[in-house]
Design a protein around this ligand. Sequence first.
Ligand code: PLP
Length: 391
Amino acid sequence: MGAPLIYLDNNATTMVAPEVIEAMMPFFGEQWGNPSSIHHFGGSVHRSIDRAREQVAQLIGASAEEIVFTGCGSESDNMALKGFFAAHGNQTRIITSAVEHPAVRNTARYLKERGATLVELEVDPQGCIDPAVFDQLPIDEHTIVSLMWANNETGVLFPVEAIAVKVKARGGTMHTDAVQAAGKLAIDLRSAPIDLLAISGHKLHAPKGIGVMYIRKGVAIEPLIHGGHQEAGIRAGTENVPYCVGLGVACALALKHRSEENGGIRRLRDRLETELLSRCAGAKLNGHKTQRLSNTTNISFENIEGEAILLHLDESGIAASSGSACTTGSLEPSHVMRAMGIPYTFAHSSTRFSLSRYTTVHEIDRVIEVMPGIVDKLRSISPFVGKESHG
Ligand code: PLP
């Protein structure tokens, strides 16, 4: 069979919305000016970036001046942590979790090697963190807390708004990786005292290669890229105009459709999850049942190899994922499954289905139809069945 036809891997990346492509096209053609130029060619392009900045700001309840365009979500996360470290040096304390995306996890570990103190908080078996933990932690003006709003593998949400209140009360700085949350959850930074927030375009139907760093007014972050005065001097380099415009439109679309889409997506996700859990022997949900993104379900099928499930799904024209795209290729359970303490015989087969506004009920029903057969077949040939669990 050819390429997959049913795409349920939207936490890895999303289809670029047709409206986004349409809005970007003029900026590859007649609108090619440099937004920093004061002449006619620059002026209209500059206004388009301003508009995009405003659209991004509206999605998260921010002001346009607080939006910095970057190259991707990873760059935004790096900017937050390295920018903080550059200002605080070896006094820096980073508090993060054991289930962060590598964009935060590896950056924090890198900074630890250079002198920062690092605390990686454990999660419970459902992937959650209790905000009360923060009452016991040392937090001062040299502390940055970096927690993801929504987990890319399980969709589990951290209570970052409540945690931000505690962090700010003690003088710390709050960063959140909102790459999976932006466009899916209602985010209002007028009421949530978050200082720094990362967004990635390709997770919300804009192209790959564009991201955003929200920096609350008054929060000082050292730039990673020095050069011209673009992006208020925080991120030098001539802006990627078509992509900024595309991200602006994607944010406007997300804002317009968010609540109605989330309801529809949640119903489809719940249908898929309920049916797979009841029809497939040895199936178990990973992550908290309700404290979760409405588009994500992560299910393990005991004693089966996750990669084999993906290959069989692919043959049936269905694209899903085992763990995050970044860990695919390795047969080890992901760091997220390990941190949740999922037993090896389950963690191994963790399969993520992530939906989007383009997912249809027919697609979901097709997965429900083929999945039990795949599970039965793989279990019948599983090398794990009958063996001791590795815990
Ligand atoms: N943070 C999270 C939670 C993600 O899921 C991803 C991408 O998978 C990133 C950060 C990195 O974003 P980007 O691919 O734009 O660098």
